[in-house]
Write a protein that binds this ligand. Structure first.
Ligand SMILES: C=C1C[C@]23C[C@@]1(O)CC[C@H]2[C@@]12CCC[C@@](C)(C(=O)O1)[C@H]2[C@@H]3C(=O)O
Ligand SMILES: O=C(O)CCC(=O)C(=O)O
Ligand SMILES: [Fe+2]
Length: 356
């Protein structure tokens, strides 16, 4: 006979009145393993937050540069993404997660591709289960899932998704130029990115993750999305009007990023940490859950170049006193390592005795 824990399906979490054991006691698990021991005991967040930067500010490069170096994250206003598109992608996500569990499971991700419904990819690295469900769009296979989810309306929903991806790609490129500028380099200094840009091809591949955190009977003892860094160049997050995202900084502890209407959160990923030769941190972040309100977030994860393109620290950021800290690696190989050793992935490709 299956145990109660085995019968719990992530598609029905919102209907549970008590928190099952398999979802509790996060403090004592590997959830905070990415953090130094002193911080693992403080579960609350301090009063401080990452800066909101107006992209039309004349000082934008300096502001973004400082935020990246300090936090590895910032928020952006005046980003050019219409409120209608943000509302549309949020309502697409709500429609999806409101469906009966069986219907969502029909769109579960499978061996055929990463795209589809299910738990976060980081789940196997944690003993406890996360209080969330999600849908990943990482390849064209998502269209088949959309057809099964919305037999009559899939064209409309695929259209919203395409528009969202297009707009996010443009915004990500703009942010990359700005961030590189703050380090005194340009896209031309990254060979693969320059080549792709010149040929009119997209610079880096993107994935979307729709996250849903249902209301939770005991939010303090649960975790929506456990502490992690994204593997990306950068991630652009649209959080709905309910807070839950927290970013971690050694000096500050966990800091809640309160949602500001129309403002997007940007966090730097592992790949940019490699490109910047360790100058920009890939920020550790997590999502907490709520007793009274469910929460949706939409992450655009801007990944690396496809194929056998080698990602390596930007040569202009390397010198006699700052030797290359990481070996070259393809995006595919980095993802493989990440999903073998998780938070040790950057250490696994670090050059032990860097010399120049
Ligand atoms: C391209 C990718 C980044 C991602 C793993 C994936 O193959 C597709 C899902 C992405 C995501 C979204 C939620 C957080 C995250 C850590 C996860 O579990 O799946 C990221 C992954 C990542 O950045 O490594
Ligand atoms: O839901 C959130 O606030 C965080 C989501 C996130 O970190 C991710 O999708 O990578
Ligand atoms: Fe993330």
């Amino acid at each position: 006979m299956p145990s109660i824990a085995e019968e719990i399906c992530i598609g029905n979490l919102g209907s549970l009145q008590t928190l099952p054991d398999s979802f509790t006691s996060w403090k004592l698990t590997a959830a905070d393993s990415v953090l130094p021991p002193s911080s693992a005991v403080s579960f609350g967040a301090v009063e401080e937050s990452i800066q909101v930067i107006d992209l039309s500010d004349s000082d934008v490069t300096t502001l973004i540069g400082n935020a990246c170096k300090t936090w590895g994250a910032f928020q952006i206003a005046n980003h050019g993404i219409s409120q209608k598109l943000l509302d549309d992608i949020e309502s697409l996500s709500k429609t999806l997660f409101d469906m009966p569990s069986e219907r969502k499971l029909e769109a579960a991700s499978s061996d055929k591709g990463v795209s589809g419904y299910g738990e976060p990819r980081i789940s196997p690295f944690f003993e406890k289960k996360m209080w969330s469900e999600g849908f990943t769009i990482a390849d064209a296979f998502y269209r088949n899932h959309f057809i099964s989810l919305w037999p009559h309306d899939h064209t409309k929903y695929c259209g919203i998704m395409e528009e969202y991806v297009d707009e996010m790609e443009k915004l990500a490129s703009k942010l990359l130029s700005c961030i590189l500028g703050s380090l005194g380099v340009t896209v031309e200094d990254i060979e693969w990115a320059h080549k792709l840009e010149k040929s009119g091809t997209k610079v880096g591949r993107g994935a979307i993750r729709l996250n849903h955190y249902p209301v939770c009977p005991e939010p303090e003892r649960a975790m929506g999305l456990a502490a992690h860094t994204d593997s990306t160049i950068l991630t652009i997050l649209h959080q709905s009007n309910t807070g839950g995202l927290q970013v971690f900084r050694e000096e500050s502890g966990w800091v809640t990023v309160e949602p500001v209407p129309g403002v997007l959160v940007v966090n730097m990923g592992d790949l940019f940490h490699i490109l910047s030769n360790g100058k920009i941190p890939s920020v550790v972040h997590r999502a907490k859950v709520n007793h009274t309100r469910s929460r949706i977030s939409i992450a655009y994860l801007w990944g690396g170049p496809s194929g056998d393109v080698q990602i390596t620290p930007i040569s202009k950021l390397i010198g006699p006193v700052e030797p290359s800290l990481y070996r070259s690696i393809t995006w595919k190989e980095y993802l493989q390592i990440k999903y073998e050793v998780f938070d040790k992935a950057l250490d696994a490709i670090r050059i032990v005795n860097p010399t120049n």
